[in-house]
Design a protein around this ligand. Structure first.
Ligand code: FES
Length: 119
């Protein structure tokens, strides 16, 4: 069976897994800080950043795209309500990458080598 190498940069762990494995199946096992909730592609909590190897992941489905859009809108709404300057600055720093290379861990399968991180 073909294998893929997945590196979780936050915990500096690399695992070799069968192609087709979902990121969420691995992140919990290696202790990565990629959060999750529903595990079914509904909540959008399991956002993660693809640092390298985006081309080695399953294609973004219409359903995943819709959940990502909803989650980004939710994040942006939260920013408007923030009155804490430090919290807002921290969130603005993250804005630089949110949305550019984000996927949902419970929906994304690996088909080749990738490097990922929590958002
Ligand atoms: S855990 Fe809910 S969308 Fe992935």
């Amino acid at each position: 069976m073909a294998k893929a190498k997945v590196t979780f940069s936050d915990v500096n762990v690399t695992v070799n897994v069968p192609v087709g494995t979902r990121i969420i199946e691995l992140s919990e096992a290696v202790g990565s800080y990629i959060a999750y909730n529903c595990r079914e592609g509904d909540c959008g909590v399991c956002l993660f950043e693809v640092i390298k190897g985006q081309e080695n992941l399953s294609e973004l489905s219409k359903e995943e795209k819709a959940v990502l859009l909803a989650r980004f809108h939710e994040i942006m709404e939260g920013w408007r309500a923030t009155n804490n300057l430090e919290a807002l600055q921290a969130k603005m720093q993250r804005e630089n990458f949110i949305g550019k290379h984000c996927r949902l861990a419970c929906q994304t399968q690996v088909f080749g080598d990738v490097i990922v991180a929590p958002i």
